[in-house]
Design a protein around this ligand. Structure first.
Ligand SMILES: [Fe+2]
Ligand SMILES: [Fe+2]
Length: 296
């Protein structure tokens, strides 16, 4: 395991590695319903992914607002690397958004709406609250690896290219998961602000994800009755006790412990498999595939 020294969690902490210009072969050969030919699951994931470029721009802005308070050179370097990783995520997800746009998804409308919301938050919430929202979101995105890749069967029906994109994004989220949190500590943001921002973020993100899923299925031409049927069958697959997001429940609750720190949760077991495969092949699809296959 790679070590970094800037925290009390040097035994579990991973380096933040900026990887640029990765090619996931996101082109028109992707199946429209790339998740097991399931329109609901596909459009749910598409809706979440579509929000990443604007979301990541907002994370960068909110950390930048309080970066001046950081004096530790190691944390300053981590802030820089965090921003560069998020920048790369934004680029790849923008590429994916272009494909969704060409499929007829209302991407331009979604992005315009998001721009408005994030601008509103930056203008009307304090810098501290904006950073706390970002730290909360970073905690949730850091759990993606555990949710989607801990068990091989979870993503077995997904297209290998999108699975690889999500694997790469997941492992980098894990690498930089404590950066916004550590800046929040430097800025002495209170527990009440941290906890309330997590509640705000979780409810907002859940509702928005469902709204985007609905809008995308509508844009696909499904009738209201079909959309209701999709939701009836699909919602338990996402939010139910055997659903995608259930494995994050405990880690989500941990965030509300006053003494919580992101590195109290170590990296996913097969993290090193991704690093080793990428080092050997330079191919993010091969690394994603090895990572996926190494689940339990
Ligand atoms: Fe990201
Ligand atoms: Fe992130």
């Amino acid at each position: 395991m790679n070590m970094a020294v800037n925290s009390n969690y040097t035994d579990v902490k991973n380096d933040i590695v900026v990887r640029e210009k990765l090619d996931f072969q996101l082109d028109h050969s992707l199946p429209k319903y790339w998740f097991g030919d399931d329109p609901f699951l596909t459009r749910f994931f598409d809706g979440v992914c579509a929000t990443f470029p604007e979301g990541e721009r907002y994370f960068i802005s909110s950390v930048r607002q309080l970066r001046d308070q950081v004096t530790d050179p190691k944390l300053l370097q981590e802030v820089k690397d965090f921003m560069r990783q998020e920048g790369q995520h934004g680029l790849v997800h923008t590429e994916f958004n272009q494909i969704l746009q060409e499929q007829g998804m209302p991407i331009a409308e979604l992005l315009a709406y998001q721009k408005k919301i994030f601008a509103w938050q930056l203008k009307n919430f304090s810098p501290e609250y904006n950073l706390a929202i970002t730290a909360a979101c970073e905690h949730i995105t850091a759990l993606m690896a555990e949710c989607f890749f801990a068990k091989t069967e979870t993503m077995a029906d997904a297209d290998y290219r999108i699975r690889a994109m999500l694997a790469w994004h997941s492992i980098e989220e894990m690498e930089h998961k404590a950066v916004a949190f550590d800046v929040m500590k430097v800025a002495k943001i209170s527990y009440a602000v941290r906890a309330s921002a997590m509640l705000y973020l979780t409810s907002h993100f859940t509702l928005e994800s469902l709204r985007h899923t609905h809008d995308f299925l509508k844009a696909d031409g499904f009738t209201l009755r079909e959309r209701i049927n999709f939701a009836r069958k699909g919602l338990p697959k996402v939010f139910g006790p055997k659903g995608f997001l259930f494995p994050m429940a405990k880690s989500w609750l941990d965030y509300f412990r006053p003494s919580f720190h992101p590195w109290q949760h170590p990296a996913i077991a097969q993290y090193q498999v991704w690093l080793d495969t990428f080092a050997q092949t330079g191919d993010p699809i091969a690394a994603g595939e090895a990572f996926h296959q190494s689940g339990k």
